[in-house]
Design a protein around this ligand. Structure first.
Ligand SMILES: NC(=O)c1ccc[n+]([C@@H]2O[C@H](COP(=O)([O-])OP(=O)(O)OC[C@H]3O[C@@H](n4cnc5c(N)ncnc54)[C@H](OP(=O)(O)O)[C@@H]3O)[C@@H](O)[C@H]2O)c1
Length: 246
């Protein structure tokens, strides 16, 4: 129970990687306050699974790209629980297109959710962590932030931004004993990758030394580690969970 009694917020816990992290943290004793944006039924399923397993969690609707809504969400959370021990900026979207076909709204949407959303939530949560002189923030980036990927200039830019954001924040918050790290999954079996055409999937697998997609559990275990006391001396780092892609 390495997170026993801790209050941890996570964005995008209704599905995929976020759901796996939420379930893992709850199984390890945390009370997880997770968000969803549209899929209330999926959020309910996550909540039910956690409660059935004897864990503790709550779900709330939050559009992470909305600055004011994000500030209110964390104010309310701390008002009710008295503190926030960890934040996982997981919510993310793709809107793939080749550059010459990419619409302005596809660029803006991906940057607003993936990058501005992480800023909105970290800014809101850090205020309370700074006062408490403790806290742990983990941001989800991606292998494509480093390798690039055709058709994903908006997504790769947003995720590369997350790496710079993580490094800058780690310096800024270190004097208050707050750690800030990023986890960079490779290609993980979720809704985000389920829609890949067969040929793209085959080509992808040929680039992964371990020869398979990763599982959500393999990402969740690293996030849990970074949020734990075992990772107390790790900050400003990007941990790659990608089956060996370089
Ligand atoms: N899957 C991969 O292979 C992979 C690889 C590298 C990095 N990642 C990153 O890992 C994270 C999770 O990916 P995933 O594959 O688990 O995604 P996913 O299955 O598509 O789930 C996305 C989650 O984010 C929430 N969300 C989406 N837009 C939001 C918004 N505007 N405001 C608040 N919440 C929002 C969704 O809520 P609703 O359920 O309500 O829609 C859902 O809970 C993302 O940051 C992604 O970029 C994924």
């Amino acid at each position: 129970m390495k997170h026993a009694g801790r209050i941890i917020a996570l964005t995008g816990g209704s599905r995929g990687i976020g759901r796996a992290i939420t379930e893992r943290l709850a199984a390890e004793g945390a009370h997880v306050v997770f968000t969803y944006v549209k899929d209330a039924a999926a959020a309910r399923k996550t909540l039910d699974a956690i409660k059935e397993a004897g864990g503790s969690a709550e779900a709330a609707q939050l559009e992470v790209s909305d600055f004011e809504a994000s500030q209110s969400f964390f104010k309310d959370l701390v008002g009710r629980h008295g503190r926030i021990d960890g934040l996982v900026n997981n919510a993310g979207v793709t809107a793939d297109n080749l550059l010459l076909r990419m619409k302005e709204e596809e660029w803006d949407r991906v940057m607003n959710v993936n990058l501005k959303g992480a800023f909105n939530c970290a800014r809101a949560a850090a205020r309370y962590m700074v006062k408490a002189r403790s806290g742990k923030i983990v941001n989800l980036t991606s292998v494509v932030a480093v390798t690039g990927n055709p058709g994903q200039s908006n997504y790769a830019a947003s995720k590369a931004g997350i790496i710079g954001f993580t490094r800058a924040l780690s310096h800024e918050l270190a004097s208050r004993a707050i750690t800030v790290n990023a986890v960079a999954p490779g290609f993980i079996d979720t809704d985000m990758t389920a829609g890949l055409p067969g040929k793209v999937r085959e080509e992808l697998l040929s680039r992964i030394p371990l020869g398979r997609l990763g599982t959500v559990g393999e990402v969740a275990s690293i996030v849990s580690f970074l949020l734990s006391g075992d990772a107390g001396y790790i900050t400003g780092q990007v941990i790659h969970v990608n089956g060996g892609i370089c």
